[in-house]
Design a protein around this ligand. Sequence first.
Ligand SMILES: Cc1cc2nc3c(=O)[nH]c(=O)nc-3n(C[C@H](O)[C@H](O)[C@H](O)COP(=O)(O)O)c2cc1C
Length: 201
Amino acid sequence: MFYRPQDGHGLPHNPFNALIVPRPIAWISTRNSEGIDNLAPYSFFSGTAYEPPQVMFASTGTKPDRDNTKDTVGNIRASQEFCVNLVDEASTDAMNTSSRGLPADASEFDHAKLTRANCETIACARVASAPASLECKLVHIQQSKGAANYVVIGEVTGIHLRDDCIVDGKFDSTRFIPLARMGYRDYALVREVFELARPDD
Ligand SMILES: Cc1cc2nc3c(=O)[nH]c(=O)nc-3n(C[C@H](O)[C@H](O)[C@H](O)COP(=O)(O)O)c2cc1C
């Protein structure tokens, strides 16, 4: 089949986010001006540069108590910083719980019963149990086409790696099993890893 998004797909559910898979999940912690620690998953997420290291995520849509965006982008606008925590298999339910649209003055850390740890280079909490956390300072927020679509880019200024995930000098994802977002309400656990040398190696 072929369809133009503007004309509709004719399927029971929109296939769009089932086409960009698997997606890593950025579990993003921010702190608002009242000191409330916010946490939410964002799977429109990737790295964008090595030097200096940078990451991006995209926010789509709004929440009722927030002007034209979600808490994460609102907090980043004000604080200019955020932390990306990786999601392991063990955190599946807590990650899902934290996606709830809570009021801006409620913390998803408490709602999902998660332990906070301090960041080193930014004034923000991180998920203590995360296999890795990337502390980021805002580079820019780009408004994208559409009503409330934003692309956020941050420079990574500090990286936490859980010690048990470092094996023979490498960050070993088989030690934590990454959770990935598929389409619809589907997820995948990355259990099988193989190495492939590049032709130029
Ligand atoms: C696995 C997962 C991935 C998500 N990815 C995104 C995303 O990439 N962009 C987005 O705007 N919302 C995404 N959401 C929805 C947000 O997490 C949800 O709207 C949340 O309430 C936003 O919280 P905040 O207002 O505290 O930022 C995702 C939800 C889940 C469960």
